[in-house]
Write a protein that binds this ligand. Structure first.
Ligand code: TTP
Length: 356
């Protein structure tokens, strides 16, 4: 018996509009790497090399970015979900691919810092029908929460007013084939989706063994803009500095843990870590960081940026305010107007958001 992987990368991403009008949310960069790649890496690291990815409207973009999986030594297949009708619907859609193999299901917009090996081992050790990854949280009212009894999950409650525990569902699950029976038994919820929590509840209520596995590492569901920024801060905080040997440094300082990718030019600037500067970017007379991810092909001049993600091919020139807590979409131009003082001329790409 070996585990397959199932990553859910369909959905609509409404909460991340306008960025998701023209880009799959799972491909938004966290420390210059698409969110989805963190999930693929976590599965591969746990020994899971056969991975199915559920795709929807953004199928082409996801296939282009991920390919056949050979980059990770994995074999990746794509499974089309005709409409985003819920996480349990996605599981049902993948039934042909998964056959009767048990599988790890991973939500493609989630980020879990740490390894999944122990979680997978728990499934084999306990011979449970399902193992659910849980994490203690401060405000369980905001999450799907598990109630435990004698080491088993007995109830799942979505955003409970009186939480029975502080253990939230993290977005990573292991199921055996009984989940397909469960999905067939449940009905769509009020939002017309087949909910995975209802399917798991069905397993529990019908005496299948559903075990919890609690982690204390940080994790993030990157559904909203502020989540992406927080995930960016968390990931940057874990990275160690590394400077590509071809850096052209003209009178600039790197302070703390800074990653500089290939082909970067820095002039009279300060990069304050943790921060990452993407390939081919050039920065002049600016202060970048802390907690800034600058993607590839970005040009920045006379500007201060911190706690932000600036995506590929942006131009930020002479911007009069410090850019903070901002998520700037690809190919966006931000610059001061040359016509009048204090007049800010913003040219934003289709999928841009600017919070200053
Ligand atoms: P969600 O964040 O719950 O849903 P969503 O992507 O539709 O976003 P929003 O609520 O902002 O509109 O989805 C979690 C993950 O599962 C995400 O990677 C998308 C994926 N997903 C599917 O693959 N199929 C689905 O039917 C749904 C609902 C989500």
């Amino acid at each position: 018996m070996f585990l397959k992987g199932l990553i859910l990368s369909g959905g609509t991403g409404t909460r991340l509009r306008p960025l998701t009008h023209t880009r799959a949310k799972q491909l938004l960069p966290i420390a210059n790497k698409p969110i989805l790649f963190y999930g693929i890496e976590a599965l591969v690291e746990a020994g899971i090399k056969e991975i199915g990815i559920i795709v929807g409207d953004t199928k082409d973009e996801i296939i282009k970015a991920v390919g056949d999986g050979s980059t990770w030594g994995a074999h990746i297949s794509y499974i089309e979900q005709n409409a985003p009708l819920g996480l349990a619907h996605a599981v049902k859609t993948a039934q042909g691919y998964l056959a009767d193999e048990p599988f790890v299901m991973y939500l493609g917009d989630n980020l879990i810092w740490g390894k999944l090996q122990h979680f997978v081992r728990e499934f084999y050790r306990t011979k449970a029908n399902s193992v659910i990854l849980l994490s203690p949280v401060d405000e369980p009212q905001r999450f799907g929460v598990a109630q435990l009894d004698q080491g088993r999950i007995v109830k799942l409650i979505e955003k409970p007013q009186n939480p029975p525990s502080n253990l939230a569902l993290v977005g990573v699950y292991i199921f055996d084939h009984n989940i397909f029976t469960a999905v067939d038994k449940i009905k769509p919820s009020w939002r017309n989706e087949l909910e995975i929590t209802d399917a798991i509840q069905w397993l529990v209520s019908n005496n299948y063994r559903v075990n919890p596995y609690t982690i204390t590492n940080w994790w993030k569901d990157t559904g909203k803009a502020e989540d992406i920024l927080e995930a960016n801060r968390m990931v940057l905080d874990e990275l160690t500095g590394k400077v590509a040997p071809d850096l052209r440094n003209h009178n600039s300082q790197l302070v703390g843990r800074v990653i500089i990718q290939e082909g970067v030019e820095l002039t009279n600037s300060t990069i304050r870590g943790p921060a990452i500067i993407g390939a081919g970017s050039s920065i002049a007379n600016s202060c970048i960081g802390p907690f800034a991810s600058i993607s590839s092909g970005v040009t920045i001049a006379n500007t201060e940026i911190e706690y932000s993600v600036i995506m590929e091919d942006c131009r930020v020139i002479d911007f009069p305010s410090r850019i903070r807590n901002s998520l700037i979409g690809r190919n966006t131009t931000l610059c001061r107007s040359t016509f009048r003082c204090n007049d800010i001329n913003l040219v934003l790409g289709d999928n841009s958001q600017l919070f200053i």
